[in-house]
Design a protein around this ligand. Structure first.
Ligand SMILES: [Ca+2]
Ligand SMILES: [Ca+2]
Length: 198
């Protein structure tokens, strides 16, 4: 009788151990880690914007560009510079990419990156914004605000965490950038992005 009890307990422990192991393996297999330091081009990232027209240049949007440069970097030799003429007090510019995750699943997305501001300011000159979802972000309203862009003079890390319900193609789009809050010309740098999807 005692032996049977011992066998039952051992069997139960084995089942728990195997299940836990399988769970860990499942988590590992479903964990995607993406790092981008922009050391070889833009990697799989593209840039995009939602900006106003420039009244001083009829029919044209305000000046903006996103370029890869070596003058200010957080790590490695290159970083991405975001430039926008914010004199219309409006405009959002960003980096975006697609990730293929589990299909028809609820996935948790975490993203961290470093942003360089030339000056610290008590005024919010621009907001740091981020996005994760099943559609390619196209508008300023797609983004969530992570905080002011001018909190320090130098590099500051920003973090974003959300949940995405994927569809049949398993696609998750992620994006990060800056959104104008003050009528001025502005330049920021982004480097060392890390994203996990599980
Ligand atoms: Ca870099
Ligand atoms: Ca887009």
């Amino acid at each position: 009788m005692l032996n049977r009890k011992v066998i039952c307990v051992v069997a139960l422990l084995l089942v728990i151990a195997v299940s836990f192991g399988a769970w860990q393996i499942w988590l590992y297999l479903n964990l995607l880690v993406i790092k981008e330091d922009f050391e070889s081009g833009f990697g799989e990232w593209e840039y995009d914007a939602d900006v106003p027209l420039d009244p001083t240049n009829p029919g044209q949007p305000v000046a903006w560009n996103i370029t890869r440069l070596t003058d200010v970097v957080y790590s490695g030799q290159y970083a991405i510079r975001l430039f926008i003429d914010g004199s219309q007090d409006d405009g959002t510019i960003w980096l975006e990419r697609k990730i293929v995750a589990s299909k028809n699943a609820q996935v948790s997305v975490t993203m961290s990156f470093w942003l360089f501001s030339e000056h610290e300011s008590f005024n919010t000159l621009a907001a740091v914004v981020a996005f994760a979802g099943v559609r390619n972000p196209e508008e300023e309203s797609d983004f969530e605000v992570l905080g002011a862009a001018n909190q320090v003079s130098g590099w500051k890390q920003y973090k974003f965490e959300t949940t995405v319900n994927t569809e049949a193609n398993g696609e998750v789009w992620v994006a990060l950038g800056v959104s104008v809050r003050w009528e001025t010309v502005m330049t920021y740098y982004i480097d060392n992005i890390e994203i996990t999807v599980r």
